[in-house]
Design a protein around this ligand. Sequence first.
Ligand code: PEP
Ligand code: MN
Length: 338
Amino acid sequence: MIVVMKLESSQEQLQHVVQRVREMGLKEHVIVGEERTVVACVGNERFMDQSVIETLPGVDKVLPILAPYKMASREVKKDRTVVPLGNGASIGGKKIGVIAGPCSVESREQIIEIAHRMKAAGAVGLRGGAFKPRTNPYSFQGMGEEGLKYLAQAREQTGLAIVTEVMSIDQVELVCEYADVLQIGARNMQNFNLLSRVGECDKPVLLKRGLSATMEEFLLAAEYVMARGNRNVILCERGIRTFEEYVRNTLPLAIVPALQRVTHLPVIVDPSHGTGKSYLVEPMCRASVAAGCDGLIIETHLDPEHALTDGAQSLTPDQFADMMKNIRRVARAVDREV
Ligand code: PEP
Ligand code: MN
């Protein structure tokens, strides 16, 4: 249920509505929009008497939320969410935010040097996994806390926001100490306990679509985070598993405008995991920008041939800089900036 307050309603009237909503056993989320204040009420609506709320002073109207996801729905919030990255940059506005860096942090020197190269080419965020979700338990699992420390040093030198994956509840506190944005990997998209836990954090969450998740399941995963109070969720399409074996994953770009139709959350694309092949990354970056994405997350490596993880889909710093130049032209054509 959405309680739409009148334009001239007072703070006391809002507080009164909130109090009644709580008495009905629902949780309120007050959203102060550019034009109006609305109160999104979520929970079991069975015991709720809508007509009572409608008669309260200051209330304009009461509307049901039709989508199964509530906080993520555009029914609740018409204006687009702009997620601040903590370094002055943001994702969700006119400017398309590019996050770039290696799949994994491999050494101090590696992450510092690539950070400088990404910054020079126009990235706003630095990616790099310190905890890696690997299909094979004998593969490199990431540098752990040491990797997080190197990421923080790279931030000190460049001002880039640090985006790194947190794989389990017991890592959340540690990763929060170093990261600016918490990445939830595709394999954890339906790890509901983890989603709820990062929902209690004050850091933005970059949520990747699960390998076989529908759009609705993806949005319900975002809802888990938002239901705990964290409204800064960035949705990331990273490709899904299909019958096609030619590419690592199939990258369904139609989801960009489809999501933007139903949610106010920013939508970014990961063409690195979305294709698995470096030569496909730039064309898919251009296509993503043309489709209206709010950001990109790209894997880059100083020496892709010797990367410990995901070398085949990683761009060199020079390729990355070229790609940035080329997407700027596409961005201008669709009235955006990079
Ligand atoms: C990654 O970003 O390196 C990663 C493991 O991504 P995903 O969770 O999308 O597979
Ligand atoms: Mn990777």
